[in-house]
Design a protein around this ligand. Sequence first.
Ligand code: ADP
Ligand code: MG
Length: 272
Amino acid sequence: MSLLFIIFMKRVPTGVGLLDEALEGGVPQGSWVVASGEPGVGKSILCIHFAYAGLQTGDPVVYVTTEQEFRDVLEQAKQLGMDFTKHTIYNIAWKREPEELPEVVVIDIFGLLKVARQLTEKAKLEKMRKYAALSIDTLVEAINEAYNILGVAGERGTPERHIRLIIDSMSAFWVDKPVMARKYSYQLKIATHRENVTALLTSQYAPTTRQAYGFGLEHIADGVIHMWMDDVETAKEIRRWLIIKKMRMTAHRSRAFRVRITPGRGLELEAI
Ligand SMILES: Nc1ncnc2c1ncn2[C@@H]1O[C@H](COP(=O)(O)OP(=O)(O)O)[C@@H](O)[C@H]1O
Ligand SMILES: [Mg+2]
């Protein structure tokens, strides 16, 4: 890689101060970053910070949420000091057209169901197959629709300006077929990995085995931020941690951070 490229490489701040410092300013623009970990470690809250930071810098946001309804994401954000209501949000599940160009396009399970139905209708005409809501084809179609709504759609799935893509969580797409995780991850990466798309995707780990539900995502990610908590039975309290396991093109910190989640402030790190 040329020195020039390194010097001019754009960094995309995550919105978590110490994490950005530990990443030389943020994740490299155009990277596909995975946040992995067990339930309750703060993955979804990290996603909220990443989206909110995007709005502060004027990046359009595509927010895929398969775990929670976006209404709950907004409520959670508000508790943690991030008020999204100042921004224009459009959910692709809505029947009415957006009145103005939104800053955030939400794809929740209802949006995915709507897109799956549209795809199935189209396929019916050609006597083809049915599309499931939680399939990569449906997800890619929904993301491209979101680019259209944001007014950034370009050729072959490449937005015309920098956008932030959040997918919380990817595990939902292979929950009933973990062996497909790697194939699905590749399929999604080919369709969405672009120089002007910086993506944060979450991957769930089983609390018992500490293994990802189906391998794949971490193997093809440009960056892996791993989050965990000490065994609660031994510690008798919640002690959360975060470590940057991998970040391409970045001389990142190699030690873990303590993680604290505080009302009004959100997720904060403490160097140990
Ligand atoms: N308002 C709040 N104040 C303090 N802690 C909170 C607040 N809201 C959520 N949390 C903490 O964050 C946790 C959820 O984090 P989350 O990002 O949803 O985890 P994950 O997505 O990794 O499962 C909750 O279990 C709780 O401990
Ligand atoms: Mg979550």
